[in-house]
Structure formats: structure tokens, C-alpha cells
Write a protein that binds this ligand. Structure first.
Ligand code: NAD
Length: 507
């Protein structure tokens, strides 16, 4: 008897199945004779959406529309103020549609409805912030090059951008990219995950209503092959920005290399939190619990491994276990639920294999470690799981499990903790818990990660840029640097007056 907190089915009637079509050059494509993909809700086991399965031809049509829209300047030629006006309107429209969008996001992804609402309304703020960047973007000037010289560094939109997104935060991740690309003046082709395409398609109507010119954004539905690979390799695309797994990210970089287009990648993570004995241990235990179960652990920033000082490791793990039992797992449609379903049965089996392998390698599963039954729902849930006695060589310590599974490792000195933190192919985020500022700052400097949190976990802001090092990715999103990713730099060097001495000497 695990004594977990389980929220049974609400018994709610699901809405009508949603139909999603490609959106190219401002119009939805006809659906006749087409091939469809069905999405079955991971928590409810029923079909919740049907989406066109795109072909290479569909992807090429979308790229052609984006190329034409960029080349005739219908968007890049507008002032920053005009672009910001559209982006602000989109933000308002997203907010007006939060409930509608959050419901389908929950049904397609299995995430709790309260978190889906938070994700969609938070995304509106990303659009608003990007609007502020559209009005304030500027380059540099060089006025100290000598009396007769003046140079300016111009920022120009990079051109046509392909955007490929994953299923775990479908609307949030789209909004980490699209409004920033639009603020820069780019045109885009979007391919959402085949598992969670609906909110991207819903956005199409909001973009039209906000006054975005046709062809500036195009959406093609379908799988990595052939849609994603076409978006990565087509010579008419200037940049590809991708969020997803490291293995697919590497394939995208290879596909993009044929035309040397710019590549931005937000990939996986194996994010450690280091806990020192002098920390506020109650806050740390709560944050660790949040970090590992948020979005069912299907989160690039999942705090899936902790490195705890050996003097407190046993008591700390016991406290996390106690807290874990109080986290509400169950029907994502119930507002009381904090953790929902696993995205697919195959993924649930993969999580289970990681736990079994750790057990076999000598680790102790002190909580959970198996599938979770939620009364009235399909068996696609996983128990909150805490694994202690994990050593750095185990797969559960190094690889992305992407489930509600915490690996506990121990350390004695700061150097040892840093070695464990940096002993990873990934470098997305890392955290440290200590009341000693010197410990925190030494850790922050030495940790190989794109983001370091001290005495907190997973706080993020549109203003604060995000991205990974090592195999967690290339480039940055959100914040000012997120805008810069979508800009090309041009240097303009000008002579003032007719003072240039001739290079050719008169004979
Ligand atoms: P995935 O790599 O399987 O798929 C992501 C997207 O790529 C989907 O739209 C998919 O259709 C597409 N795709 C698949 N094969 C492709 C190909 N050959 N060419 C082009 N596109 C292709 O990832 P996922 O399972 O959807 O998402 C989970 C992964 O995403 C995890 O590894 C997670 O860490 C990562 N992620 C990273 C961040 C971040 O910001 N660093 C954020 C969220 C998720």
C-alpha cells in the first residue's frame, strides 16, 4: 500500500473531436482525400483530435508562402510599432481563449488543466514581451573611428524561419519562438508535434483576427518525416529553430548543414540540484518534489537528479518521499490534480525500464517504481518514484528519463558535487541549495549549465534568456538574446566628406 494521493476520473463528457488542417498563405487547406492522424487522450483513452498528416509537398507549399511573404516585405517592411501592435493584439486574443485552448492542450498532452491554463496565459505574456522588443530593437553605432568615418551595425531579420516544437509544452514552446521571430520581422513555417497540434492550429485564427498578413506564418501538420525534415533541409529556409530530443536535434543539424542555414536547438537535460546541509531544507525538499513531478517529469528542466550531502541524504530523501505522497496524481481535468498522464504507453514502458535497470544495478526504489492506477481512467499513469543509492555510472543518473522519477546521489565536498553535476552530456540547468552565498556563487560559476538556480527551481521570466550548453542545445530563447537569434547583423561603414587618399598612385 503506497498511500499516495490519487484523484479519480471526474466522469466529465469530452468535447467533440477537433479537426486540424494545415494553414498555408492565410487559408486552411481543403480536407478531401487527405490522410489523417488521430490523437488519443493519454488520460481518457478517447480520440480528441484528428489532424492532417502532411506531405513533403505540403511543407514545400508552406515554405514557398513564407518565402514570398518575406521577400515582398509585407511584414519585415513594417515599422516595429506596427509589428508590436499585431503581437499585442495576439496576446489579448490568447488571453480571451485560455479556457478553450487549455482544454484541448490537457486532452492531447495529459497535463493537469490548471497547468495548461497557466501555460496558455503565460504564453500571452511572451507575446506581449516580444512586442516590446519589436519596438526597441536596434543595432550599434561607431562614432569613434576617426573624423571621416562613421559605422553602424544594423540588425536585419534573418528571413524565413522553420519552427519545430515538441509535445510537452506545446503552446508555451511555440510562444518562446514565434513572437520573437515575428518581432524580428521574419516569416515562419511551424510544425507542431503530431501528438499535440491543436493549439498551434487554434492560433492561426487568432493571428488572422489580429491582422497578421497572409503567408507570414504558415502551419504544417505531420511527422518528423517528411514534414520536419523538409523544413530542416529546404534551401528557401534561412534558419531552423527546434525544441525536442537531442537525437532528433542532431539529425536536424545534419539536415540543415546542406544549405548551412542557421540552427537553434533546445534539447534535453539531466538537471541536478545540489543540497548542502546548511540549506533551508524544507524549501529545498518542496522544490525538489515540484522539480521532479511538474508536467509528470516530462520536462526538459525536470530536476530528475539530486546530489545531497551525505550527512543529510537519508533524512532528506525521506522528507521528499513524504511530500511525494501528498502530490495529487490523477484526472487532469480535475483542478485539484497536480500530475497527469504519461504521453504514450511506449513512453510509460521506457520510464519503467529505467527504474528496473537502476534496481538491477543496486539502487533502492524507496517510493513507487511502477504504473499507477487511477480509478475510471486508462492505465497510462506512473507512480511518484524516488530512487536512492544511485551511482554516477547508472543510466538513471545520466540519461533523460522524462518521467516522475527522482534519482538521489550523494557527495561530501563542493568539488565532488561539482564533478557529479558536470559529469553529464547535458547542460541545460542546475541548482544549488545553501544559505552560504560563497557556496552558491562558486557553484554557479563552475556548473556547466545554461541556467543556474540558487535556492529556487524552475523560475523563469520572458526577460531572462534560456538555453543549454553541451548536448542541451545551441543558441538562446526569450529575453533580448532570444530576439537576436532571429536577426542577421550587417555592418555599414561610411566615409564622411571626400578625404580618402587614393590607393592608386598617379604615374
Ligand atoms: P522529439 O525530438 O521526438 O520531437 C520534437 C519534434 O521534432 C516533433 O514535432 C517531431 O515531429 C519532430 N521531429 C521528429 N523527427 C524529426 C526529424 N527527423 N526531422 C525534423 N523534425 C522531426 O521530442 P519530443 O518527444 O516531442 O519532446 C521531448 C524532448 O524535447 C525531450 O528530450 C525534452 O528534453 C526536449 N525538450 C527540450 C526543451 C528545451 O527547452 N531545452 C523544452 C521542451 C522539451
Amino acid at each position: 500500500m503506497l498511500d499516495l494521493t490519487i484523484i479519480p476520473s471526474t466522469g466529465a463528457t469530452l468535447p467533440e473531436v477537433r479537426l486540424n488542417r494545415h494553414w498555408i498563405n492565410g487559408a486552411f487547406t481543403p480536407e478531401a482525400m487527405a490522410d489523417w492522424t488521430e490523437r488519443i487522450s493519454p488520460s481518457h483513452g478517447a480520440v480528441v483530435s484528428r489532424s492532417l498528416r502532411g506531405t513533403a509537398k505540403d511543407a514545400e507549399a508552406a515554405i514557398a508562402a513564407a518565402r514570398a511573404a518575406f521577400d515582398d516585405g509585407r511584414w519585415s517592411g513594417l515599422s516595429g510599432k506596427a509589428r508590436a501592435t499585431v503581437l499585442l493584439k495576439v496576446a489579448d486574443l490568447i488571453e480571451a481563449n485560455v479556457d478553450r485552448m487549455a482544454l484541448i492542450e490537457t486532452l492531447e498532452s495529459g497535463k493537469p488543466i490548471t497547468q495548461a491554463r497557466g501555460e496558455v496565459s503565460g504564453a500571452a505574456d511572451l507575446w506581449r514581451y516580444a512586442a516590446s522588443l519589436a519596438r526597441t530593437l536596434h543595432g550599434d553605432s561607431h562614432n569613434s573611428l576617426g573624423q571621416d568615418m562613421l559605422a553602424v551595425v544594423l540588425k536585419e531579420p534573418i528571413g524565413v524561419v522553420s519552427i519545430i516544437t515538441p509535445w510537452n509544452f506545446p503552446f508555451w514552446i511555440l510562444s518562446q519562438k514565434l513572437p520573437f521571430a515575428l518581432a524580428a520581422g521574419c516569416t515562419c513555417v511551424v510544425k507542431p508535434s503530431e501528438l499535440t497540434p491543436s493549439t498551434a492550429v487554434m492560433l492561426a485564427d487568432l493571428l488572422t483576427e489580429a491582422g497578421l498578413p497572409s503567408g507570414v506564418v504558415n502551419i504544417v501538420l505531420g511527422h518528423g518525416q517528411p514534414v520536419g525534415s523538409t523544413l530542416a533541409s529546404d534551401p528557401r529556409v534561412d534558419m531552423i529553430t527546434f525544441t525536442g530530443s537531442t537525437v532528433v536535434g542532431k539529425g536536424i543539424a545534419a539536415a540543415a548543414s546542406g544549405t548551412l542555414k542557421k540552427v537553434a536547438l533546445e534539447l534535453g537535460g539531466k538537471n541536478p540540484q545540489v543540497i548542502f546541509p546548511d540549506a533551508d531544507l524544507e524549501s529545498a525538499a518542496d522544490a525538489v518534489t515540484f522539480g521532479v513531478y511538474f508536467n509528470t517529469g516530462q520536462c526538459c528542466n525536470s530536476g530528475s537528479r539530486i546530489v545531497v550531502h551525505e550527512d543529510i541524504a537519508e533524512a532528506f530523501a525521506a522528507r521528499v518521499v513524504e511530500l511525494s505522497k501528498q502530490v495529487a496524481f490523477g484526472d487532469p481535468l480535475d483542478p485539484a490534480t497536480q500530475v497527469g498522464a504519461i504521453v504514450s504507453p511506449e513512453h510509460g514502458a521506457k520510464i519503467d525500464r529505467y527504474v528496473a535497470a537502476a534496481r538491477e544495478a543496486g539502487a533502492s526504489v524507496v517510493l513507487g517504481g511502477g504504473h499507477l492506477e487511477v480509478p475510471g481512467l486508462v492505465p497510462q499513469f506512473y507512480q511518484p518514484t524516488v530512487v536512492t543509492g544511485v551511482t554516477p555510472d547508472m543510466a538513471i543518473a545520466r540519461e533523460e528519463v522524462f518521467g516522475p522519477v527522482l534519482a538521489v546521489l550523494t557527495f561530501r565536498t563542493l568539488d565532488e558535487a561539482l564533478n557529479l553535476v558536470n559529469h553529464a552530456d547535458y547542460g541545460l540547468s542546475a541548482g544549488v541549495w545553501s544559505e552560504n552565498v560563497h557556496t552558491c556563487l562558486t557553484f554557479a560559476r563552475a556548473a556547466q549549465a545554461g541556467t543556474v538556480w540558487t535556492n529556487t527551481w524552475m523560475d523563469g521570466f520572458p526577460e531572462v534568456t534560456f538555453g543549454g550548453v553541451k548536448q542541451s542545445g545551441l543558441g538562446r530563447e526569450i529575453g533580448r538574446h532570444g530576439l537576436d537569434e532571429f536577426m542577421e547583423i550587417k555592418s555599414l561603414v561610411m566615409r564622411i566628406g571626400r578625404t580618402r587618399a587614393p590607393w592608386v598612385r598617379p604615374r
